[in-house]
Design a protein around this ligand. Structure first.
Ligand SMILES: *Cc1c(COP(=O)(O)O)cnc(C)c1O
Length: 210
């Protein structure tokens, strides 16, 4: 019998493939990021043994505690939570990608720290006050202010909204600005995100919850 996580991963891969089929996309163009923010070190080790190589954390301190030991050369670590400027140095020592770039001053701090991760701008597509990210109407100005063109855009749709509306908006914004990567889709909505063009999906509970 397959282990529970192995079974879940197989099921997730099936669902990714089916969603890709529906829109004639290549499944290899979708990167699965395993979000380990609520997970134990033991489960992370199990995921590593299953071959997962992309991981996401949303707090620098927690990530340091778990990953300094576990991080192998072939593991890509993604910062998916808001990043304070005073945490940039620490983040630079651990993370390979940043999904939550939301202001030019943060990009300046990153240059000072000589940190050049793959970057996604977080767009607050629902314009929610409590959520970070740049408002859609301010995206163009932010792009002009940044020292480097980012790789793509990221969003977290509002809890009570139809997620595909936000995914479609993010895809439209990315296309308009010539950005090729889209970080969107979580456990509850990753198939919709893939149908809208997600290149990076971020899954926590679908993989790890008991
Ligand atoms: C926690 C988190 C996820 C994973 O959420 P699940 O619903 O558990 O898949 C994805 N993205 C971000 C930014 C998160 O904070």
């Amino acid at each position: 019998m397959l282990g529970l996580m192995k079974q879940r991963l197989a099921d997730i891969h099936d669902r990714i493939e089916r969603a890709c089929d529906e829109v004639e996309r290549d499944p290899s163009a979708v990167t699965l990021i395993a979000v380990t923010k609520y997970t134990t070190t033991d489960k992370i080790k199990e995921a590593l043994d299953l071959g997962l190589r992309h991981y996401g954390e949303n707090r620098v301190q927690d990530a340091m505690e778990k990953w300094l030991e576990l991080k192998a050369k072939d593991v890509t670590l993604h910062m998916i939570g808001p990043l304070q400027s005073n945490k940039v140095k620490q983040a630079a020592s651990l993370f390979d990608a940043l999904h939550t770039l939301d202001r030019a001053s943060l990009a300046q701090e990153m240059i000072k720290a000589q940190w050049t991760p793959s970057c996604f701008i977080q767009v607050n597509t629902g314009e929610e006050e409590q959520k970070s990210g740049v408002a859609p109407r301010d995206l163009e100005a932010l792009l002009k202010d940044l020292p480097h063109q980012p790789h793509g855009l990221m969003c977290i749709p509002p809890q009570d909204d139809v997620p595909s509306l936000h995914f479609a908006l993010l895809a439209t914004l990315a296309r308009r600005h010539g950005l090729s990567h889209l970080s969107m889709g979580m456990s509850a909505d990753f198939e919709a995100a893939i149908r809208c063009g997600a290149t990076h999906i971020r899954l926590g509970s679908a993989l790890f919850d008991d």
